[in-house]
Design a protein. Structure first.
Length: 196
């Protein structure tokens, strides 16, 4: 057991004579607490956007634009057509022919048939005028194809053009040409019957 130590009377007197520490200041009320971080912008930072007092109402069914219809005209192809293309339509027409895909530089009977179809519809080329005996897909044929596509609102499937070239006559241009030629032939036959 350790003996108790006596404290000198001077130490006791000094401890009793020392003033008590001042009381801590009261905390500010919650509603007046300073918000230093929100009021002092950070140097170089853009100002904070104002907080809207009310959120706009959510769009109702009448505010939402209807989805664009992708239904083709049953009479496709026709001059001035502006609807969806065959390869993107909900009612994609059936392909009725199986021609080869051709583009600039191609030559042979497929190009001759292409030039013949175009000529029947009023689009001449070096082949239809007899200036191209090798039946080569040249600039005049390409121009005739472009004009037909513009007049009839026809475009080839982009998947075909990615695999080939921009001037490729693929399945949908062939289909539009074939249908346009047969429609014209049927119309002419109907007129001949009326006159006969």
């Amino acid at each position: 057991m350790t003996p108790e130590r006596e404290v000198a009377p001077e130490v006791i007197q000094q401890a009793q004579a020392a003033p008590a520490p001042p009381p801590a200041p009261p905390a500010p009320p919650a509603e007046t607490a300073p918000t230093v971080a929100a009021e002092q912008p950070v140097e170089g930072a853009p100002p904070a956007p104002p907080v809207p007092s009310e959120l706009p109402p959510a769009p109702g069914p009448e505010d939402v634009a209807p989805a664009e219809s992708k239904v083709m005209d049953a009479e496709w192809p026709l001059r001035g057509y502006e609807g969806p293309q065959a390869w993107e339509a909900e009612n994609t027409p059936e392909l009725t022919q199986n021609h080869l895909m051709i583009s600039s530089g191609s030559a042979g009977p497929e190009v001759a048939e292409l030039a013949e179809f175009l000529a029947r519809l009023g689009y001449s080329s070096s082949i239809s005028t007899g200036q191209n005996p090798t039946n080569t897909y040249d600039n005049t044929v390409a121009d005739a194809v472009r004009q037909f596509c513009t007049d009839y609102g026809v475009a080839e499937d982009p998947a075909v053009l990615r695999a080939r070239t921009d001037d490729t006559v693929g399945p949908w241009i062939w289909e539009a040409l074939t249908r346009a030629v047969y429609k014209q032939a049927n119309a002419q036959a109907g007129e001949a019957e009326k006159q006969g």
